[in-house]
Design a protein around this ligand. Structure first.
Ligand code: AMP
Ligand code: MG
Length: 286
């Protein structure tokens, strides 16, 4: 998943569940990673503008969810951004700023392309050959939802799932105390605050996670679907706190894109808790 993942359980008898969790994680990655050429997502992408592709029930549901989340976030989370993120290829170690004309071309297609879902046949069709799916903005949240459901089904009453800083707490820490999750300072200096949760997710998006520097300018991995460039840093870290980690993940990316004002508006409309850190180091708790 391109990040460090850790799973903690707190009872000796739960230990063997850990390996099963990692098996589940790698099966999710094999299905939904746009970077693995044999994944279901890659098959859909290769068939863009040509034909529909039949996928597993889980993948179909996730793509359907991504379409709903696209609407819910007013387009700030755009699952069809794949050709743009692939063009930038941030995190590959071999990045350079792409041609403006190329970016603009792909932005138009990502805006106008459609994802056609056929429930009866469980197929997915991308109408535009110059678009592709990238579920990177919800993948870790989705994976932690699947893992927490698995652990709960197995009767694990207490666990912590940490997928690259996206944390899911299963159960309560103890009878008296909630889990305390630290939020990393974007400049690398320890934590800027902590959040208390029980049974739920704290999902963070930050510009410090993946980036490169060219001619003194920092280019990070969260793209504005309207421009095709990394979003302007009004906010430097966005953490969403809720039980549904897929929703939290989509919102963490989307609020980052929307910026402080629009982001707060969306979160207030949805009644979702969050901690935002602004460029001026103001901490906003919703
Ligand atoms: P996250 O760390 O959850 O904010 O997700 C960031 C990842 O989502 C990036 O590495 C891209 O693969 C993808 N991405 C970047 N910008 C967007 C966007 N506006 N909408 C959907 N996916 C995006
Ligand atoms: Mg996200």
């Amino acid at each position: 998943m391109g990040t460090n993942c850790s799973i903690s359980v707190f009872a000796k008898s739960d230990e063997e569940r850990i390996q099963e969790c990692f098996d589940i994680l790698s099966s999710i990655e094999k299905r939904i990673s746009a970077k693995l050429s044999e994944s279901e997502i890659s098959k859909i992408n290769k068939a863009a503008g040509k034909e529909s592709v039949r996928v597993s029930e889980e993948t179909f549901k996730l793509i359907k969810r991504s379409v709903e989340l696209h609407k819910l976030t007013k387009g700030a989370f755009n699952p069809l951004i794949g050709k743009i993120t692939a063009l930038w290829n941030i995190g590959s170690g071999d990045e350079k700023v792409p041609e403006k004309a190329e970016i603009e071309f792909l932005v138009t297609h990502a805006r106008e392309g459609e994802i056609v879902l056929d429930e009866a046949n469980q197929t997915v069709y991308l109408t535009d050959e110059y678009t592709s799916l990238d579920l990177g903005a919800i993948g870790k949240g989705y994976a932690s939802d699947v893992l927490s459901a698995f652990l709960e089904k197995e009767g694990v009453s207490k666990a912590l799932i940490n997928l690259g800083g996206n944390v899911y707490a299963v159960g309560k820490k103890s009878k008296k105390a909630n889990w305390k999750i630290g939020l990393r300072n974007p400049d690398g200096n320890g934590l800027f605050t902590t959040v208390e949760i029980e049974d739920g997710a704290v999902v963070t998006s930050g510009a410090y996670e993946r980036y490169f520097i060219q001619d003194g300018v920092k280019y990070h991995h969260i793209m504005d679907p309207d421009t095709g460039y990394p979003v302007n840093l009004d906010l430097t870290s966005v953490s969403i706190i809720c039980e549904d980690a897929t929703l939290a993940d989509a919102l963490s990316t989307a609020v980052f894109v929307l910026g402080k004002e629009e982001g707060i508006k969306l979160l207030t409309e949805l009644g979702v808790n969050a901690v935002l850190l602004t460029r001026d180091k103001e901490i906003i708790k919703l």
